[in-house]
Design a protein around this ligand. Sequence first.
Ligand code: ADP
Length: 176
Amino acid sequence: MPATLSARIQLVQGDITRQEVSAIVNAANSSLLGGGGVDGAIHRAGGPQILEECRQIRARQGGCKTGEAVITTGGRLPAAHVIHTVGPVWNGGHKGEPELLAHCYRNSLRLAEEKSLASVAFPGISTGIYGYPKAEAAAIAVHEVRQWLAAHEFPEKVVFVAFDEENRRLYEQKLR
Ligand code: ADP
């Protein structure tokens, strides 16, 4: 059961590829050609159409820089769209990581707003292979989403998807 933490923010523990939302956000890498972790899971579940659109974006603009975001179809996913954003690799925290991670959330939300998407689900960007400390990353995620929702009509709802128990507890704390 998703916990409703405010009218417009939900927290669920589980697999982001199963979320029935307008868009799920992918923790992509700058090549946009797929990778491990949540990226691999999204491409496996959504099928080849997502990678095909990523290739077209790459041909147009040469990939995606850290902190930026692009949008594709959701292919066979329940979500109609995937927003691919490239999180920073954690390098000790003094290489602009917090600001870059905040940009990921803001730029993803901006794309959702431009398309008037009703709902967007986020995984913990950068908190897997890229090594961002989970508590700090959750604090940034919650702060940026709250700020955005306070000032914008779209997306109407944001779902934080915690893959594991530890992440779910961290989000619960930050959202309290
Ligand atoms: P990054 O390279 O940005 O660190 P990862 O994919 O390695 O990206 O991890 C990002 C976060 O996504 C991690 O917290 C990881 O536990 C989580 N994750 C991995 N698979 C899934 C999934 N299927 N659904 C939701 N979250 C996932």
